[in-house]
Design a protein around this ligand. Structure first.
Ligand code: C2E
Ligand code: MG
Ligand code: MG
Ligand code: MG
Length: 285
């Protein structure tokens, strides 16, 4: 009888489950050919130094130009790319493309590239980075790799060894989405990160008196102690900018300053910054 009940439940849920799995399977197949055909494009979001009011780097964010479905955002395919291992070849493309585009920029600013946990579990990753630097001619000091706490959960020793090798090349290492993991602070003891990116969930609201505001202050102070820069992610309003500045963050990134830009919009922005350096972030905006 229990068996029969189970079957009924299964029959009830089956069609929906099936459709979801089919859609996923299709996406996986399409993603595989997309990697082969290089159907991707990088957009770049500026990061502003709060003490100089100048753009100091740009974060590369991948987009999939799907032949029939248009532009697909990373949250819709990065998780699948990670599960299938496709992120390794996609990540290699992103790295090479970001380095190649950054050398053409009109300013010697940094370029930040997101790196998924499994990429760091591959011993060959160091040579992938060296190849991207050598082939593009980009100075290693301009490359920043953004990793998340997820990278340090398993195989921490292997990953830490790799991070030190990367650092020895001159590459900078940032901790992305800080505060969203299980034991964030303990990871900061394991490696001397160059930068801590404070997750948007702590930044939105811009209320310095609330709990999030207190945490942003604490993370900024932690950054100062550890000699790391702190970047507030997802700054959308002037209030948020004011509050993270008061909290002691060194940099901001977010829609207030700019949405992620196409490669050609980046060129235009950097050219205009060269002519009139300081970005307008006046209170009245
Ligand atoms: P992330 O690395 O934390 O990147 C920041 C995300 O926040 C970007 O979303 C950016 O567009 C968004 N954002 C920036 N400012 C604001 C703001 O003011 N408000 C709001 N609501 N959002 C803001 P995007 O481009 O959709 O990327 C999402 C995530 O996908 C990234 O989060 C990153 O984890 C992942 N990702 C993107 N490109 C790559 C890549 O090349 N490789 C890997 N492994 N992951 C990537
Ligand atoms: Mg990032
Ligand atoms: Mg981030
Ligand atoms: Mg984030």
């Amino acid at each position: 009888r229990a068996k029969q009940d189970g079957r009924n439940i299964l029959r009830y849920f089956e069609p929906e489950m099936d459709a979801k799995m089919q859609a996923r399977r299709t996406l996986e197949i399409e993603l595989r050919s997309a990697v082969q055909n290089e159907e991707f494009e990088l957009h770049y979001q500026p990061v502003l130094d709060l003490s100089t009011n100048e753009i100091v780097s740009l974060e590369a964010l991948v987009r999939w130009n799907h032949p029939t479905r248009g532009r697909i955002p990373p949250d819709a395919f990065i998780p699948i790319a990670e599960e299938t291992g496709l992120i390794c070849s996609l990540g290699e493309w992103v790295l090479r493309q970001a380095c190649m585009e950054a050398v053409t920029w009109d300013a010697q600013i940094g370029v930040a590239v997101n790196v998924a946990p499994i990429q760091l579990r591959n011993r060959a990753f160091i040579s992938t980075v060296m190849d991207a630097l050598n082939q593009s001619g980009l100075n290693a000091h301009r490359l920043e790799l953004e990793i998340t706490e997820r990278s340090l959960i398993s195989n921490a020793d292997l990953t830490l060894g790799l991070l030190h090798q990367l650092r020895d090349l001159g590459v900078r290492i940032a901790m992305d989405d800080f505060g969203t993991g299980y034991s964030s602070i303990s990871y900061l003891r394991q490696f001397p990160f160059d930068k801590i990116k404070i997750d948007r969930s702590f930044v939105s609201g811009g209320d310095t008196s609330g709990d999030s505001g207190a945490l942003v202050k604490m993370i900024a102070a932690l950054g100062t102690c550890l000699g790391a820069k702190t970047t507030a992610e997802g700054v959308e309003t002037n209030d948020e900018m004011r509050s993270v500045r008061e909290a002691g963050c060194s940099e901001i990134q977010g829609y207030l300053l700019s949405r992620p830009l196409t490669a050609s919009d980046v060129q235009a922005l950097l050219r205009s910054q060269k002519e009139s350096p300081a970005i307008e972030t006046s209170e009245g905006k």
